[in-house]
Design a protein around this ligand. Structure first.
Ligand code: 26Q
Length: 793
């Protein structure tokens, strides 16, 4: 490599790594050659980071997560290593389409949503801050399903990102551990021995994660499952070919597919196997690394901080105790102390149905020793602190187990952390009042402003320099520029250009024609009743109906955009998708409102699509029932990119509003306390509907066949739910949502005011950088520091 130009490096990879002649290279070939040339620039800082950590004897952070929603890696890697412009110039010079080459990369969807994307932002921030860290997870062969619409209904198709070579990873055949399941336990010389009767190999695949300015790189280590024996030759020789291949098939199912539910499903054995598989492999790797440098296991908490991303790796508690006590002979009480000294737990949800529980039967069968250890952990905790139990109704409660085994337990926004203390962990918080801490989520400003929105990032950098990229709180330096009309014009022009690009994309990809001067109103996230996409579509229906009544009224034209997937078994969420698509079909074909309202629902929402939509958004929809959205992180990305929010006092919306200023946020709806009180009111939905004729009419249109080709029953389920039980209080919040939406309309019609408000959103969103979040974890939870100061920050 050395002083080879980037262009030479690309050409050399094309020739020697891909074996292709430039004259015959495809887009794919160029993309892989560029990726390899970029990867080369990451390897040296990666090695140096490992060496610096080793030399300093620094503490390492281990982030255990079932999900890493990393998306595409090439453009972000070029931005962080500072070679993007050179790469673009090289391809422009060769007459090759740079954008097309970048967009050839598959989107690695190794996660469902917020929790997985947070893990990816955290890894990037850990590298940016130079904190030695590993992300540990599963190398799913198939990430989150691809979504397609068939006559408006969601259809799931398998995702297959690994059919092409994954150019960012290094396979590590030497880093492999045998992971056992089931079998029995027995006593031997005073120690308990577990003899599993089934096992698979966990093999490591490493991806370097480069931080801003390319000075530090950490490792994302994903485990793939392989058979312990490739072929049963005995069976094969007897002609039983299917039986002979069975161990291989069995093993590979473990890392075959990501579970597509972002709330807990019934306790499936394979899911528990996945959880144990990656947790056990990670812990063995962590201990191996520790033991290669240190001899006293009691020092483990000084050198190792483990973060459990929700309860999915909660088996880490009993497994670490087993490794220390059964396998290394520490007394049980000491093993408990050491394990607890290393472990911490992040809670991401208060929804009761989302709290993981495993039946004692399944746990006892698959992990017999762990089941016994969980009983011992439960006994020792309840002896010291009576009143809380980890095992209840023959089920292991993974939240309680994680809490008891953790030094620190954190929530992901200020409101969520307070509600955790008052609800799910009320009793445990009473016993351990110092254990729960808050770390409000954040997002990386590299991917979520600089890379995805180069137009706006350029305007910002022109005004205040590029220090904000490594220190997002510098964005406040934009505030004085907001009095400058030239700056505001450039700010607005950048948004406008993004909206034009998106409008063209809607036209060519989806065949929907939209006006880029309309307000772009966007709700993108998983489809869930608590996120209330049905509140949004009901309000959109009501707006359409009012517009038709008075097409010459003083309306603000809107393009209402939805994006998101429903869990395959979540029928109500799938009905919401069908409703949105059905309403879109009718509204978009209505000549009366064609200049006023359009509804667009691009299929297969993912990280890549988010990067397209967020920079072009005027209004961000954050409308969950208060108390239900733990934090939200999309809300932060929108504010950072100069969108206004219409939202409830839920999750991090509360803190966003505090930071950007109440006058720059469209607030509506009940508070969490009001929500609880409202549910007690008899027929709350009926009352709200009776009081709001617009809502009543919108609900009628769901029952009279307006959107269902005369099939009057098609949307009755949604209408009846909103009119009847309405647990998520769509009806009760509707009128105030309508009011806030019309306020947004009025503000948008005053371009100078709108420009000021949106620029203030960008200027005041720097606090929502995941760098700030990671500093908080490092000081309050991990006690971890960078071993060497980085030059750039
Ligand atoms: C668990 C067991 C079995 C099957 C699936 C699951 C499972 C998988 C994914 C449970 C939950 C998830 C994902 C949850 C999630 O994404 N939560 C979101 O986390 C974000 C980051 O903290 C928050 O911003 C969101 O508010 C929260 O909903």
């Amino acid at each position: 490599m050395g002083d080879q130009t980037l262009k030479d490096a690309i050409l050399s990879h094309l020739k020697y790594s891909l074996g292709k002649d430039a004259d015959h290279a495809t887009i794919y070939d160029w993309r892989v050659a560029l990726s390899l040339a970029t990867r080369d620039r990451i390897v040296d800082p990666w090695f140096q980071s490992t060496r610096a950590t080793y030399r300093a004897g620094a503490k390492r952070v281990y982030y255990l997560s079932m999900e890493f929603l990393i998306g595409r890696l090439l453009e972000d890697a070029m931005v962080n290593t500072g070679i993007l412009d050179e790469a673009k110039a090289a391809f422009d010079g060769m007459g090759l389409p740079f954008d097309k080459i970048i967009h050839d990369e598959p989107d690695a969807a190794l996660g469902n949503g917020g929790l997985g994307r947070l893990a990816a932002c955290f890894l990037e921030s850990l590298s940016t801050l130079g904190i030695p860290a590993y992300g540990y997870g599963i190398r799913y062969e198939h990430g989150l399903f691809r979504q397609r619409f068939d006559h408006g209904r969601q259809v799931e198709e398998p995702e297959d990102w690994l059919t092409q070579e994954h150019v960012w990873e290094f396979e590590r055949p030497e880093a492999a551990f045998e992971i056992g399941f089931a079998g029995e336990t027995f006593e031997n010389g005073g120690r308990t021995v577990w003899r599993p009767n089934e096992s698979v190999m966990a093999q490591a695949f490493d991806t370097p994660v480069i931080g801003w300015k390319g000075e530090w790189a950490n490792t994302l280590r994903l485990w793939g499952a392989l058979p312990t024996k490739v072929l049963d030759l005995g069976l094969f020789n007897r002609g039983d070919y299917a039986g002979a291949a069975e161990p291989e098939a069995l093993a590979r199912t473990i890392s075959r597919v990501l579970y597509p539910d972002d709330t807990t499903d019934e306790g499936k054995a394979l899911r528990l196997k996945q959880e144990y598989f990656f947790t056990a492999a990670s812990l063995r790797d962590i201990l191996r690394r520790f033991e290669s440098e240190h001899s006293d296991l009691r020092d483990l908490p000084k050198k190792v901080a483990i973060q459990m991303n929700d309860t999915h790796p909660a088996i880490a508690g009993p497994e670490l105790v087993r490794l220390l006590h059964d396998e290394r002979g520490l007394p049980f009480a000491d093993a408990m102390m050491v394990a607890r000294g290393c472990l911490n737990y992040t809670n991401h949800t208060l929804l009761p149905e989302a709290l993981e529980r495993w039946s004692e039967g399944l746990m006892g069968h698959l992990l017999p020793r762990h089941m016994r250890l969980i009983e011992m952990i439960n006994e020792s905790h309840s002896q010291q602190y009576p009143g809380v139990t980890i095992i209840e109704h023959d089920q292991v409660k993974m939240g309680e187990l994680s809490f008891v085994m953790a030094s620190k337990v954190n929530g992901v926004s200020a409101l969520h952390t307070e509600l955790m203390k008052e609800t799910v962990f009320k009793d445990l918080n009473g016993l351990h009042p110092e254990r729960i801490v808050n770390q409000t989520n954040g997002v990386t400003p590299r991917r979520w402003l600089k890379t995805c929105n180069p137009g706006l990032a350029g305007v910002v950098t022109q005004a205040i320099g590029d220090g904000w990229v490594g220190d997002a709180e510098k964005l406040v330096e934009l505030e004085p520029h907001i009095a400058d009309s030239g700056f505001l014009e450039r700010f607005t022009a950048a948004k406008r250009a993004n909206k034009e690009t998106l409008s063209n994309w809607f036209g060519t990809e989806l065949g929907v024609k939209v006006d880029p001067s309309a307000m772009f109103d966007v709700q993108i996230k998983r489809i869930h009743e608590y996120k209330r996409q049905h509140l949004n579509i009901l309000e959109t229906i009501a707006l359409w109906q009012e517009m038709r009544d008075n097409p010459n009224g003083d309306w603000t034209p809107r393009v209402v955009v939805f994006g998101g997937k429903a869990a395959p078994g979540y029928h109500f969420a799938k009905d919401i998708i069908y409703l949105i698509n059905s309403v879109a079909r009718v509204v978009n074909a209505d000549p009366i409102t064609s200049k006023l309202l359009k509804i667009v629902y691009p299929p297969n929402y993912n990280v890549t699509l988010a990067e397209r939509l967020i920079p072009a958004t005027d209004l961000s929809e954050q409308i969950s029932t208060a108390g239900k959205e733990a934090s939200g992180t999309g809300n932060m990305k929108f504010a950072l990119n100069g969108a206004m929010t219409v939202g409830t006092l839920d999750g991090a919306n509360v803190e966003i509003r505090e930071h950007v200023g109440a006058e720059n946020f469209f607030l509506f709806g009940m508070t969490a306390q009001e929500v609880w009180a409202r549910r007690e009111v008899e027929d709350h939905a009926g009352q709200a509907i009776a009081a709001d004729p617009k809502l009543a009419r919108a609900l009628d249109s769901l029952r009279n066949g307006t959107f269902a080709d005369g099939d009057h029953d098609r949307f009755r389920g949604i209408a009846d739910n909103v009119s009847g039980p309405d647990y998520f209080l769509v009806a009760s919040d509707f009128s105030d949502y309508w009011r806030a939406s019309r306020e947004a309309d009025a503000a948008f019609r005053d371009p100078a005011r709108w420009a000021r408000m949106t620029a203030l959103n960008t200027a005041r969103s720097g606090w929502f950088s995941s760098d700030r979040t990671i500093r908080g974890y490092a000081s309050e939870i991990w006690d971890a520091l960078p071993p060497k100061p980085l030059r750039s920050i």
